[in-house]
Ligand binder design. Structure first.
Ligand code: ATR
Length: 284
């Protein structure tokens, strides 16, 4: 075994609310897969409790944790070292407890987004044509960062609140063109990829208001939402013949990057794991 015997095999996800998170299902699958006797647990941490909870990771014997809503921003000012990637994205998704108890934070969401796209659509390339990104929240930052790292030649970024899109373009640099929200339908003209990173289409939210008549049939439509597994946006794209990728894979594919940091092991993303996660989500 590659892991030193004193390396804790306790990991978890800090969030509030968090009990709905499928991360334990996924990471416990990998603990099994690797034959390791450890646990990945839900850590229900209220907003005001984050600093104390993060500092407790070391004494409690945790190797690290993932962060979800509402902690991804606040953690940046608590851990001892924030890497450049998390700085650029402006959010942290993963914390590593070092040997000396200090805390290191990074962001693996962009890797999850790219890893998923590449696995689901093997011929996909970031420089295969213009990419429309709809939305400019935290998810958008990670997606745009990943697309730029992957060599995107043109990103058309549209958001209801234009200033947030402009801030992303300024912070990340590169070939990001901000377009007005009213032009989102036309922005799909000639794109190779379109990504929804708004919250529209999530369970309890109305569908994304986006006409697909300008979207080339050859384009890939991606969503970072996974509840439901197929958003109305993806269903509409699939109905007209476009390839689609849902958001579940983004969650799954950031996992191996976290494992590499925690344990220097890269677990395998299997079809069985994806099916288990899908069944769990569909059962809600
Ligand atoms: P996340 O971190 O998951 O990206 P977020 O930061 O709350 O979540 O961002 C939500 C995104 O959905 C934003 O792009 C938001 O647009 P605004 O920046 O204008 O708020 C977008 N969004 C939310 N409700 C929307 C709506 N009714 N119509 C269009 N976009 C919406």
């Amino acid at each position: 075994m590659m892991i030193p015997s004193d390396r804790p095999l306790l990991i978890g996800v800090m969030g509030w609310p968090v009990m709905h998170s499928r991360s334990p299902l996924m990471h416990n699958y990998w603990l099994d897969q690797q034959g390791l006797a450890g646990s990945y647990v839900h850590l229900a941490i209220k907003p005001g409790g984050l600093a104390a909870a993060l500092r407790a990771l070391h004494p409690l014997g945790f190797a690290g944790c993932n962060l979800t809503i509402p902690h991804k921003l606040d953690a940046m000012t608590i851990v001892d070292e924030v890497d450049d990637v998390a700085q650029m994205i402006g959010a942290m998704s993963c914390v590593v407890v070092r040997e000396d108890g200090s805390l290191f934070g990074t962001n693996n969401d962009w890797l999850g987004f790219l890893g998923n796209l590449k696995q689901q659509t093997p011929g996909w390339r970031a420089d295969g044509g213009p990419i429309a990104v709809i939305g400019a929240g935290g998810g958008s930052r990670a997606v745009c960062y990943g697309l730029l790292r992957e060599g995107a030649s043109e990103i058309r970024l549209v958001n209801r609140t234009r200033e947030k899109a402009e801030a992303i373009a300024e912070d990340l640099g590169g070939p990001i063109q901000v377009l007005p929200w009213e032009e989102r339908h036309d922005a799909l003209d000639g794109v190779a990829t379109v990504v929804n990173v708004t919250s529209q289409g999530m369970v309890g939210q109305p569908p994304l208001d986006l006409r697909l008549d300008h979207l080339p049939k050859s384009a890939l439509a991606a969503d970072i939402i996974y509840t439901p597994l197929e958003t109305p946006f993806l269903a509409a794209a699939r109905a007209r013949g476009n390839d689609t990728v849902n958001g579940l894979g983004m969650l799954i594919h950031q996992g191996p990057a976290a494992w590499k940091l925690w344990f220097d092991i890269t677990p395998t993303v299997t079809e069985e794991l994806r099916e288990r996660m899908e069944r769990s989500i569909a059962g809600d």
